[in-house]
Design a protein around this ligand. Structure first.
Ligand code: HEM
Length: 412
């Protein structure tokens, strides 16, 4: 029969994907008047999809595996051997609970309090009196200390600046090919080793390594086995690294306030928790972070009148779905007020979609919201200027910073 999901004519889209980055899937969907098309990336057949219906199909329980599903080197650094991302079914559900159990209201409140202290300390001890601070440089150390303190990992003996560099490099290097990527891989090996040593020490009864390591040690997988030191270290980095990554959204929130006058006025006029939260949600919706999530079909299914067989590769456009004009009114407009109501179902997917417990949706979403809300409130109360600078955000980096790193002035 006729193809219901069109194929694009180019034989391979790898370079186009790298060049167009965040816009790759959406621009082609718009041009073809569709929300699904077929192409090849790295010569491998792939179906690219976007929008809430695609989210529902992609996140149907048990349907898609994450193994071998990320394009090029994009974010392969975020998928470590033996980690929760690589598991499926019951094994995944059990391991996932380990992460979700960390996110109690008390722990989220504690995280906010720690971040508030770290931001206030940086502002008082490091920023005050300095003409300019590059926020994208400054945020790594703040988030790293926040992450370690939240996990109750002792800061003593830890070279915070070095660890912050390592954790940030893993994120920044994730979307690159070549030396950056290699460097990130080496740095990862170093922090993995250090975390492994801490876990081994805790296991041998030298306590005082904090509640998160205690949880990792106490955890039992679906088959009843404990995590070995290497996998426990990988999962510990699966907590530390993304907490540091939340710093990107914090920088983006400062950027948004500088660039979107109407939204900034709305935030400043209200100034309350709900407004800060809504502003943070709009940052998560429109700013570029995870462009796509890849999956491979575990259980064959039909969608749009076509068959998806076992092993087939699908790329879901997270960024494009958050800006899908069929469900978001004026999608390109930065309008925090839209989050004073619940979002359209399946459309708010910056950290994945579907069910957190059953599927691979990010377990750190509540923590991300909590820390982002706290930080937005903090900057609202801080006296700073935004000097003239290049505020553009490139779209061919995964993920990007504002070109000048978001410089802030503290001359007064
Ligand atoms: C998974 C984004 C923060 C831990 C994911 C996924 C995305 C994502 C897109 C993949 C979803 C999928 O495979 O369907 C982000 C972004 C964050 C963030 C943009 C903000 C900076 C966090 C935090 C934590 C965390 C704070 C933990 C403290 C994880 C873990 C997974 C994951 C463990 C794997 C889940 C699984 O495979 O079941 N995240 N995340 N993330 N995230 Fe996050």
């Amino acid at each position: 029969g006729p193809t219901r999901i069109p194929a694009i004519s180019a034989p391979d889209s790898t370079l186009a994907f790298l060049r167009d980055g965040y816009d790759f899937i959406a621009t082609r969907c718009d041009a073809l008047g569709t929300d699904a098309f077929r192409t090849r990336i790295l010569l491998r057949k792939v179906t690219c999809v976007r929008g809430p219906e695609a989210v529902a199909a992609f996140y149907a329980p048990g349907r898609m595996s994450r193994r071998g599903a990320m394009p090029v080197s994009v974010m392969t650094l975020l998928q470590d051997r033996g980690s929760v991302q690589t598991l499926d079914g019951e094994a995944h559900r059990r391991r996932k609970a380990l992460f979700l159990d960390l996110m109690t209201p008390e722990r989220l409140e504690a995280a906010r309090a720690i971040l508030a202290e770290e931001l206030a300390r940086a502002a008082a001890e490091e920023w005050r009196g300095r003409k300019e601070v590059v926020l994208s440089d400054a945020i790594g150390g703040i988030m790293c200390r926040t992450a370690l303190r939240w996990c109750d990992l002792p800061l003593e003996g830890e070279d915070i600046a070095a660890l912050a560099r390592e954790l940030s490099a893993m994120i920044a290097g994730a979307g690159r090919i070549g030396p950056d990527r290699l460097r990130a891989g080496l740095l990862r090996a170093r922090s993995e080793r250090r975390m492994r040593d801490r876990i081994a020490a805790a296991r041998q009864g030298h306590g005082g390594q904090g509640w998160v390591i205690d949880r990792l040690i106490a955890h039992r997988d679906a088959d009843g086995s404990a995590l070995d030191d290497a996998v426990a270290a990988v999962e510990l980095l699966n907590i530390l690294r993304p907490v540091v990554a939340i710093g990107r959204f914090i920088v983006f929130a400062v950027h948004a306030r500088a660039c979107h006058t109407g939204a900034a006025h709305w935030l400043e006029a209200r100034g309350d928790e709900a407004a800060c939260r809504a502003f943070g949600e709009e940052v998560r919706r429109v700013y570029p972070f995870f462009p796509v999530i890849g999956g491979r079909v575990r259980e064959a299914f039909d969608w749009r009148g076509e068959r998806f067989g076992e092993g087939d590769w699908i790329l879901l456009d997270l960024y494009g779905t958050c800006r899908d004009g069929s469900v978001w009114p004026a999608p390109a407009q930065f309008d925090p007020e839209r989050h004073m109501r619940p979002p359209p179902p399946g459309a708010m997917v910056p950290q994945g979609g579907g069910d957190m417990e059953e599927g691979h949706r990010c377990p750190g979403e509540d923590l991300t919201r909590a820390l982002l809300t706290e930080a937005i409130g903090f900057f609202l109360g801080l006296d700073y200027e935004v000097p003239a600078q290049d505020l553009q955000i490139p779209h061919d980096r995964f993920p990007p910073w504002p070109r000048d790193g978001m410089r802030l002035g503290f001359s007064r």
